[in-house]
Design a protein around this ligand. Structure first.
Ligand code: SF4
Length: 406
């Protein structure tokens, strides 16, 4: 006589479901359908916790309530229920948090940099070169956009001494953007810029300057991308607006620096009067306009969850700061960092390219790995892998949770 073994129901999460368990709740986010559930059932939270600890992805259903919740999850494509013998090994389902880059990072942190492969230079994606400005300035405007607000200096200095170092970085295989920040009025006779223009693919070069200096840039036919910053507070005289021919070339983009609602209206008016086609608005923190940020920048639950986000983006948000990763900022005195608002990591005059990149990976002042799951408040939040990466706004305002979520 065959004895039928008692079969039990087993629930597993689909691998495309993102799970974030914090304290007394867990977010389940379906990266295919963009739907989400917030679980607060203690037994299921315990099961999820066990899954995370054991790198598994499912559990046996032990009560009608568990079954009811899991049926609901199955109906919304978060998982599946199957029946198996309790003494059988459950099917292997790739845990949703399977991939990690931390192991590589640990290796890079402990290995002497001389042992690190030449490939390290492939981590470089973006270079920010500040041609005119010394590193330190406490003024809140200069901190955010030194090339826009710093007083101009006509004397070209820096970069020529360590041009060969910069050139090696500029020729890195994965580098796709070189931002050149210029605060001088004499924009066109820059020896360094001309050298770069001769040697590099123009598609990679982006010039950044304020509207006063852009007026002096007369090479209308060159194919470089140019971002022209227009601060309503600092540059709002009719004269300057009139002098700048907004439509002289397609590759000029105007970035309006906005400090309050009224300035948005002024910018709108300029756009309509001068028929500007390519433009953007950038809120600027002046120390007293947090309300503008609450309206324009702060996130709420609805905006976070309405953004369709895929597994790769979620994984990336967990492991790296996608805004800063792969970026090196170099000032004209040679000091370099990964974000212009944070302390320098060294000087390109003293460090070779591999040492520079090693510092960007391993230094505590580097922002390459500054993710929300390792800063206060955000690290305990179920949305920390869905929220956009930490940006300069958080550094300037001095708090990481720019959101309306308590
Ligand atoms: S606390 Fe941090 S992670 Fe959570 S919603 Fe706010 S900004 Fe995002």
């Amino acid at each position: 006589m065959t004895i039928m073994k008692f079969r039990k129901e087993f629930f597993y999460f689909e691998p495309y479901v993102h799970i974030n368990h914090q304290n007394d709740k867990a977010l389940l986010y379906n990266t295919f359908t963009n739907k989400y559930e917030i679980l607060n059932n203690k037994i299921l939270l315990h099961q999820i916790q066990q899954n995370i600890q054991n790198h598994t992805n499912g559990f046996f259903l032990n009560s009608p309530l568990e079954k009811e919740i899991c049926c609901e999850l199955r109906n919304n494509y978060f998982g599946e229920i199957i029946t198996i013998n309790p003494d059988e090994v459950p099917p292997f389902v790739l845990p949703t948090e399977f991939l990690k880059v931390e192991k590589n990072k640990e290796f890079l942190e402990t290995a002497p940099y001389r042992n690190i492969s030449e490939n390290i230079i492939s981590c470089l994606f973006e270079l920010d070169l500040y041609i005119d400005n010394p590193y330190q300035d406490d003024d809140i405007y200069c901190k955010q956009l030194p090339s826009v607000y710093f007083p101009t200096s006509e004397k070209e200095k820096g970069f020529t001494d360590f041009f060969s170092q910069i050139e090696v970085l500029c020729n890195s295989s994965n580098l796709n953007k070189i931002n050149i920040f210029i605060s001088r009025s004499n924009v066109e006779n820059l020896h360094f810029l001309n050298e770069l223009k001769n040697k590099l693919d123009h598609n990679k070069l982006v010039l950044h300057f304020n509207i006063e200096n852009a007026i002096n840039y007369t090479q209308i036919d060159d194919d470089l991308t140019k971002l022209v910053y227009y601060s309503i507070s600092f540059h709002s005289t009719e004269n300057k607006i009139k002098k700048f021919n907004f439509n002289r070339a397609n590759n000029f983009k105007i970035v309006f620096l906005i400090e309050d609602e009224e300035q948005i209206s002024i910018a709108d008016e300029i756009v309509s009067t001068y028929k500007i086609i390519d433009y953007d608005y950038k809120p600027l923190f002046n120390g007293n306009n947090i309300d503008l940020f609450k309206d324009c920048v702060f996130l709420d639950e609805e905006s976070i969850l309405s953004e369709k986000i895929n597994k790769n983006q979620i994984f990336r948000n967990k492991e790296i700061n996608a805004i800063d990763f792969g970026r090196i900022v170099i000032f004209n005195d040679g000091q370099y960092c990964t974000n212009n608002l944070l302390p320098p990591l060294g000087n390109v005059e003293n460090d070779d390219v591999r040492q520079i990149l090693n510092n960007c990976i391993s230094s505590e002042s580097s922002t390459w790995f500054l993710t929300r799951n390792n800063v206060s408040i955000c690290k305990d939040c179920i949305y920390n892998q869905l929220c956009p990466p930490i940006s300069n706004y958080e550094h300037v305002i001095g708090k990481f949770n720019l959101c309306n979520i308590s």
